[in-house]
Design a protein around this ligand. Structure first.
Ligand code: C2E
Ligand code: CA
Ligand code: CA
Length: 654
């Protein structure tokens, strides 16, 4: 073996035992820490060494010996002091420095131990002292090999440095027992080295495994708190961070919670696919990150909802931030050449003004967002107390409404829709009424939105359709019944089946049922709507477009769906804005109706002048208090009977 290869082999071995291979710095540090963990064992070693060698020095009575002992004592004390002072926890002490210092102390101490033992053998002060010192030295060499297994180079070095002088002395003396002792030491040394090596490997592996699993646990925790699409904090992470933020907010500051909802996300997601949807979310996250100050918690709460929590000095700062965020999200997003106008609604609540705990704050920010959305979206609303009052009232109504359906407090009234040429009733519109035992008569405008919010509208809507169809089945065949449908009711699973069952139960021909829908129905989820309309239209059920002129008034819907009727909203007939313009609009709509073979109904007719005006404008049908309010079923039947009587009378006269 050449010198070069022996040297490089030694280097490699040394490096490995110093921990220079795959072990991370942290693992190495932990191993070095084991050297410093028990300074008391060093103290015990030092005291034992000093006491026993002092005994030897006293018995040998030679100044060389005494000098050795003093030197030995000094190093022992110095090592103990160093081990108790230098903390491996202090990052200023580099791993290398700690190792070097320890090495210096350990090697010199081990060598002195060995040297004193060798000297004792050579001086031969008597068997007891020799046994004491030599046994001490050998025990020490073997003991440290185990203690310092965290750093095998030190352990092995110490073993060799204690053994070698003794070994040389034994051979120098040359007596049979000592030669055998020397041979024993030669055999023990590699065995100890191998034990040290094994202990070191086991130590290193278990520390590395512990490190890995700790890292894995940290990674899992981060993952569990992160939204995969945007990289923002997710709901779980937000809950966690919010608690911390609440505790950290200084007394002179506020915490603002912004709750955001992308207005047209669902549409984009459905029309352009989830990939585009994901990119919209990512872009939104990037914009929020750019606009919010450092330290703000930005989270994706799920779907298209985002939450931001941020410390602010005063309300005005929150207002400014809200408007900046809003402006940022109203900017169109460009994706693959598509220009998407998504827009957002924002609800804001402040701590401590609007709530002092996380739940209340979130609830109120959500409530503010709800108000922003019902007010036509694309808005920012700050929470105020009236929102909670409205919510409380809504909850009350919701609970009572559930009971009311069971207790028969609801009934259906019927308002005639009249042929403006002949004055005859062509249709009755079914309008639901709630006679509350304490609150009196409640209008649908008050409780239909509550029913929609709570999902109760499906049950309620089906019940209304059945009642209306039953009443209509009693009327002459040429009179139809119009029922209002809420968009939510139509989107519920099995919606068309509900209508078909109602018709079957009431034994009413599908042609005599007319369903009134508003344009808000077409704003999203066109598939379910399309299926609903086409299934029922195929059975003969008719459709009317209600409140025309108040929504988007897109002629596209009229062209796409089989409407047989368009109802012009009453604000065009009797509202404060009625004038030349509204008259022109009514005329244009009536013209369109004539061309497309649709009846045009004017709603809200209260005076004879209004009736004449809409008739002149070309409307074919009219509805309003001028003809009749909505009446109970028996009165509706009476109105029809009267009509027939008049017919009869006229025929007789004729
Ligand atoms: P709508 O479908 O536009 O119904 C017409 C509303 O105008 C009715 O109010 C009716 O009483 C009122 N009205 C009729 N003629 C006149 C008039 O000459 N002047 C004035 N000022 N008002 C007139 P109502 O019954 O309070 O219903 C309000 C809304 O509630 C309805 O508007 C409809 O959207 C909804 N609604 C009523 N019943 C139902 C129902 O059974 N199901 C669903 N989903 N919605 C319903
Ligand atoms: Ca209606
Ligand atoms: Ca209407």
């Amino acid at each position: 073996m050449s010198g070069q290869t022996l040297f490089s082999m030694l280097r490699r071995k040394l490096d490995r035992s110093r921990g220079g291979d795959a072990i991370s710095d942290r693992v190495r540090r932990i191993l070095v820490r084991t050297l410093y963990t028990q300074p008391t064992s060093l103290a015990v070693g030092a005291i034992n060494g000093i006491v026993s060698t002092s005994i030897a020095a006293w018995m040998v009575d030679d100044p060389v010996f005494t000098g050795f002992v003093i030197f030995f004592g000094l190093i022992g004390v110095a090592r103990f002091v160093m081990a108790s002072r230098l903390s491996p926890d202090n990052q200023a002490n580099t791993t290398r420095k700690l190792v070097l210092l320890y090495e210096a102390g350990a090697f010199s101490y081990a060598f002195l131990y060995g040297a004193i033992a060798a000297l004792t053998l050579l001086y031969q002060p008597g068997p007891e002292v020799e046994i004491l010192i030599v046994a001490n030295a050998l025990c020490y060499g073997i003991g440290v090999a185990a203690r310092n297994a965290g750093a095998p180079i030190i352990a092995n070095g110490q073993l060799i440095l204690t053994f070698l002088p003794v070994l040389i002395a034994c051979l120098a003396i040359g007596s049979l027992p000592l030669v055998v002792l020397a041979i024993t030491m030669v055999l023990v040394a590699p065995a100890m080295a191998s034990i040290t090596h094994n202990v070191h490997r086991v130590l290193r592996e278990s520390i590395a495994a512990a490190e890995t699993s700790e890292q894995l646990a940290r990674k899992m925790e981060t993952l569990a708190h992160t939204d995969v699409v945007t990289g923002l904090t997710n709901r779980a992470g937000l809950n966690h961070l919010l608690v911390e933020a609440l505790m950290a907010v200084p007394a002179d500051k506020m915490l603002a919670m912004f709750w955001l909802d992308l207005d047209r996300f669902k549409e984009v997601n459905d029309l352009l696919g989830h990939q585009t949807g994901d990119r919209v979310l990512m872009e939104t996250a990037a914009r929020l990150n750019a606009v919010m100050p450092e330290g703000a918690i930005i989270a994706r709460f799920g779907g298209d909802e985002f939450t931001i929590v941020c410390e602010v000095a005063e309300r005005r700062v929150a207002e400014r931030l809200a408007s900046e965020v809003h402006a940022e999200l109203m900017r169109p997003i460009r994706i693959d050449g598509d220009r998407l106008e998504i827009g957002a609604s924002i609800g804001v609540a402040l701590l401590p003004e609007d709530g002092t705990d996380a739940d209340t704050l979130m609830q109120n920010a959500d409530l503010a967002l709800y108000h922003a959305k019902v007010n036509g979206r694309k808005q920012t609303r700050f929470y105020d107390n009236s929102m909670s009052r409205n919510l409380a009232r809504k909850r009350e109504i919701e609970a009572e409404l559930r009971a009311a359906i069971q207790k028969d407090e609801l009934s259906i009234f019927f308002q005639p829709i009249v042929d403006l040429e002949t004055g005859r009733i062509k249709t009755f519109e079914a309008l639901v009424r709630w006679f509350h035992p304490e609150k009196g008569e409640l209008r649908p405008d008050e409780f239909i939105p509550v029913a929609e919010d709570s999902g109760l509208i499906v049950t309620l809507g089906n019940w209304i359709t059945v009642q209306a169809a039953r009443a209509a089945a009693q009327w002459p065949d040429d009179v139809t019944i119009a029922v209002n449908l809420s968009p939510l009711q139509i989107k519920a699973p099995g919606a068309s089946l509900g209508i078909v069952n109602a018709l079957r139960e009431a034994k009413l021909a599908p042609e005599r049922l007319e369903l009134e829908v508003t344009e808000s129905l077409f704003l999203d989820d066109s598939e379910a709507t399309e299926a609903f309309i086409s299934e029922l239209a195929a059975k003969g059920v008719r459709f009317a477009l209600d409140d025309f002129g108040t929504g988007y008034s897109s002629l596209g819907y009229i062209q796409k769906y089989p409407f047989s009727k368009v109802k012009i909203d009453r604000s065009f007939v009797s509202g404060p804005d009625v004038g030349k313009k509204t008259e022109a609009i009514i005329r244009a709509v009536a013209e369109m109706g004539a061309q497309l073979d649709m009846s045009i109904v004017a709603e809200g007719l209260e005076t004879i002048e209004q009736v004449q005006a809409v008739r002149e404008a070309g409307c074919t049908l009219g509805q309003g208090y001028y003809f009749s309010r909505a009446v109970p079923d028996y009165l509706a039947a009476m109105l029809l009977a009267q009509e027939r009587e008049n017919d009869e009378a006229l025929r007789q006269v004729g």
